[in-house]
Ligand binder design. Structure first.
Ligand code: ADP
Ligand code: ZN
Ligand code: ZN
Length: 793
């Protein structure tokens, strides 16, 4: 046993690895010469290796003598991409709330997850430099944190570097470096104006200083466009009045922004919304409930402009960049240089540059899908979540976080408001706006007082009785024909892709199923394959029954491919384009299809729920919804809510231009309130009914819910594991006054996916905090294949 050196601080470190057994923190001594802070990424000796660690806490001394000798931290890794203290706090919260590993939670904030390579680097040692050469060398290293030996040798000479190492002005260690070289651009910023007089008689420099004083800072390329030469800028810097610096470049955007666009004059409702949210003082969450076409984006942009005025930053979350290019373009057009767009198709280097721009405060607006909620920031002034009800904000792999909850957590730290914008707010959010600590802000009218579309509900049972066996009802066919004649556009929604949804032998009833999942395979005509929608496995199309050899193979059900074929037959002159997972596999193809449709290169846009994602197509006056019930029959408490949201959003695409919208909604359950309310686009009526049902049944938001999924390739093992989990939870429950209800295990909706059997347990209770913390330590819950999902959607 040994004492820590007198006066040394102790750092609590987690090792950056996914190994579950390394989830606890480890203590290390902080050497005096290292500027270690909470969030620093450090190099530590670990067993026989060196590992990357993340500092999650610092202490002045140990509370008790350690069981073994503490080792010192060996070096700091790139200080640029360390964690901010707020990130550590949020990650700790994510760990506890979503029951995951701390390192997994922290990794959500890391930009260069895979960008690290091992190598020898030099960083500052404990000894002061001797002589001007070593002072220069030290300054060079100090500025960069750590430098490759070779690089340093080329700059200062190998001998000088060896001497500095010998003198302990520098120390050498193995480090993880970023694989990526940052692309930098030159910036010029205002520095001081106290000795302006020295510019006496130098008119151009005076003009530049005045412009700088006004703007503060801008890329050198900007000043060149303003007519100032680089040479002039350098000379001004030499006086100390301006500063030259290098910052990460902005990534070229996949979505080209067009010319600048000026703010619109707000409608009275929009103005009121901007006023309420803009005067937020208590960092509240605002549910911005605006009917489709009410101009929510304009409200976002006005509020963002106000935040920028105060020098703070804004995060804008959208469901999916490729499908919501329009809002991104609008932000780019208005704020141009100040916007970085985070999307999955960026290279690692581009992501890093964007991240660093936000971290350094060079850019002020970050737009992206779910994961952009983890962006670095100097100081956040606003987080906007557009289409906040969208299920893509929930991550369905560990850590299973919800971006809205993370946004709220981060906003709490920064003291800034969060906006949850939607025409169909998530039920829980709306409930909290009415009864809890959220604030409701409404936009009840469409811009220009355009009417909401009129909706005709078609009962498909009548259609069958009349002898129409097509997927498209007569009413919808009439509407589409009229729309084409009027040279307007239409959207047709069908929530099933492929051609036929299952293939069955008429003689023996055999259904073509996936070999590893317990589901029927879908016939894809274009690909000429049977395809599993759960694991993407493919099979050839059977010509005879694989089971009895009969030739009576029949194709049942219709997906988007089949409807496309039917529409081509029914409307031979129509230009039809399909938008679903199959047509958007290639990069940017989703955005390309959407933009081509917007330019009226097509008359009908047919597709899955992708067609309903907040698009603003002024040319669309008609919408057809082919099967309103596809989600309704799912055995999940949110089935009604999802149905209402999808139908209302789809209908809301119609009539956003000058021609009033018309919608045909086909269903087998015309009396269901989710369908009735969607037909009237009456959110409040739906909410009132649905919230009562939830209250009676004790579903969220009245009770918290967590889902535990247990998987295993062996059917006996999966039951044994799930029963272990259940037993552990029951015994915890007994000791804690039966605080939660444990239901299950029972078979999941789909019994088997990718060869693994699936069982489910659900937990409900007024407050699951305690049981979730307990689960972190229940061995049964950490068995392989046990997946915990707080807030299941
Ligand atoms: P939402 O997101 O609420 O469905 P959008 O933000 O897409 O609605 O706005 C619908 C349309 O109205 C857009 O074409 C937008 O440019 C236009 N718009 C929004 N606000 C105004 C305004 N104040 N004056 C004129 N047009 C507006
Ligand atoms: Zn058969
Ligand atoms: Zn499968």
């Amino acid at each position: 046993m040994s004492e820590t050196p007198e006066g040394s601080k102790i750092a609590e470190i987690i090792i950056n690895t996914t190994a579950k057994r390394l989830q606890q923190t480890f203590s290390y001594i902080v050497p005096d010469h290292l500027d270690v802070r909470i969030g620093s990424r450090v190099l530590v000796p670990f067993g026989h290796r060196r590992e990357e660690g993340i500092v999650v806490a610092l202490r002045e001394h140990l509370d008790e003598a350690p069981a073994f000798e503490l080792k010192p931290i060996e070096g700091l890794l790139s200080t640029q991409t360390g964690f901010q203290e707020e990130m550590i706090r949020t990650a700790l919260w994510i760990r506890d709330y979503y029951v995951c590993n701390l390192s997994d939670a922290l990794r959500l904030f890391m930009i260069d997850k895979k960008g690290l390579i091992r190598g020898a680097v030099l960083s500052l040692g404990p000894t002061a430099p001797q002589g001007p050469r070593q002072t220069q060398l030290q300054a060079y290293v100090a500025e960069r944190g750590e430098v490759e030996k070779g690089t340093l040798g080329r700059k200062f000479g190998d001998a000088a570097v060896e001497q500095a190492l010998k003198d302990k002005v520098l120390i050498s260690h193995i480090s993880y470096r970023n694989r990526i070289k940052d692309k930098m651009e030159d910036w010029l910023s205002f520095a001081a104006d106290d000795n302006e007089d020295i510019l006496h008689g130098r008119r151009r420099q005076q003009a530049l200083l005045a412009a700088l004083k006004e703007k503060g800072e801008a890329p050198v390329s900007y000043w060149q466009k303003e007519g100032f030469s680089r040479d002039l800028m350098r000379r001004l810097c030499a006086t100390g009045l301006a500063r030259w610096s290098q910052r990460p470049t902005r990534t070229a955007n996949i979505l080209p922004s067009m010319q600048g666009d000026a703010p619109l004059t707000l409608t009275a409702e929009q103005e009121k919304a901007v006023k309420v949210i803009g005067s937020d003082e208590t960092s509240k969450t605002y549910v911005l409930h605006g009917v489709t076409g009410s101009g929510k984006t304009e409200v976002y942009m006005h509020l963002a402009a106000q935040v920028l005025e105060r020098g703070k930053q804004v995060v804008v979350l959208v469901p999916e960049i490729a499908l919501t290019g329009q809002i991104v373009r609008r932000f780019l057009r208005r704020f141009d240089d100040d916007v970085v767009v985070m999307h999955s198709q960026l290279s690692q280097g581009e992501k890093r540059n964007n991240w660093l721009r936000m971290q350094s405060g060079t850019s002020h607006i970050c737009i992206g899908a779910r994961s952009a909620v983890f962006t670095a920031a100097q100081s956040l002034g606003l987080i906007i979540v557009d289409e906040a009800h969208d299920s893509s904000y929930k991550q369905d792999e560990a850590p299973r976080y919800h971006a809205v909850a993370v946004a709220r957590k981060r906003a709490e730290y920064y003291g800034c408001p969060v906006i949850l914008g939607s025409a169909t707010p998530a039920l829980g959010d709306y409930y909290r706006a009415l009864h809890g600590d959220y604030v409701l802000v409404e936009l009840k009218e469409r811009v220009g007082k355009r009417p909401l579309p009129s909706v005709q509900v078609v009962d498909m049972r009548d259609e069958l009785a009349r002898g129409n066996y097509r997927v498209v009802s007569d009413a919808l066919l009439d509407l589409l024909q009229a729309t084409l004649v009027a040279k307007q556009q239409a959207i047709v929604l069908l929530n099933r892709r492929g051609f036929s949804t299952f293939v069955m032998c008429r003689k023996c009833g055999y259904v073509v199923k996936c070999d590893t999942c317990d589901v029927a395979m879908v016939y894809h005509r274009q690909a000429e394959k049977m395809r599993c929608h759960y694991c993407d496995a493919e099979k050839p199309i059977p010509t005879v029954c694989p089971s009895c050899g009969s030739k009576y193979i029949k194709f049942f059900g219709s997906g988007t491919e089949k409807v496309e074929a039917q529409l081509h037959e029914l409307l031979p002159t129509a230009r039809i384009v399909r938008l679903d997972q199959d047509t958007t596999r290639r990069k940017h193809s989703g955005d390309r299809i959407i933009e081509a449709f917007r330019r009226h290169e097509y008359d009908i846009l047919l597709g899955t729920q992708m067609v309903a994602k907040g698009h603003d197509f002024p040319g669309v006056s008609a919408v057809g919804i082919l099967s309103a019930d596809s989600l309704l029959n799912l055995p999940a408490y949110w089935a009604g809510e999802r149905t209402f949201q999808l139908l209302t959003q789809a209908a809301g695409r119609a009539g956003r231009g000058d021609v009033p919208g018309r919608v045909v909604l086909q269903t087998y359950a015309p009396d269901h309130y989710a369908i009735q309310c969607a037909a009237r686009q009456d959110y409040k009526a739906f909410y009132d009914q649905e919230i009562e049902a939830r209250r009676e049944l004790g579903y969220p938001p009245f009770q918290e819910m967590a889902k535990i999924l247990v998987t295993d390739e062996d059917e006996t093992a999966v039951w044994r594991k799930a029963n272990d989990v259940a037993a552990a939870l029951h015994s915890w429950n007994k000791e804690h006054g039966e605080a939660v209800a444990v239901i299950g295990p029972y078979e999941d909706i789909i019994k088997k996916i990718r060869g693994k059997y699936r069982l489910v347990l659900t937990l409900t209770g007024d407050d699951l905090t305690a049981v979730k913390l307990a689960m972190q330590h229940l061995p049964a819950c950490w068995q392989s294949g046990v997946i915990i999902d707080a807030d299941p959607l």
